[in-house]
Design a protein around this ligand. Structure first.
Ligand SMILES: [Zn+2]
Ligand SMILES: [Zn+2]
Length: 109
């Protein structure tokens, strides 16, 4: 699965990242939720013996976070540079698709 179209738009006062997938499915992601779902070790914590360990440096995500730049990484993911300067997470297409919160995707899970 690959995104064929990527849009960032403002809806109801929120920045929304919209992805059209190669199978015709469209996913809409709220910037704030997507930023919180950042898969990097700094945001998700390093896996340790007792599960995930959250580092002290984990910063609170601002509600008004917006993506400054979205780049594709190879053929497998997206790298998003956020307005808070964070750009360590690579959102793989698989991961992104799983994050889709639409009714259709929720049902099939
Ligand atoms: Zn991160
Ligand atoms: Zn969906």
């Amino acid at each position: 699965m690959e995104p064929v179209e990527l849009n960032v738009s403002r809806r109801e006062g929120k920045e929304t990242i919209s992805v059209l997938w190669s199978d015709g499915h469209r996913s809409n992601y709220d910037s704030f939720e997507l930023r919180n779902a950042c898969p990097c070790a700094m945001c998700q914590g390093e896996p340790g013996i007792f599960g995930r360990i959250y580092t002290q440096s984990r910063t609170e995500v601002r509600v008004d976070i917006v993506p400054d730049e979205i780049e594709t990484v190879g053929r497998y993911g997206l790298k998003i540079t956020w307005s808070d300067g964070h750009n360590l997470g690579i959102y793989t297409f698989d991961y992104l698709r799983k994050l889709c919160g639409c009714e259709g995707c929720n049902k099939s899970q």
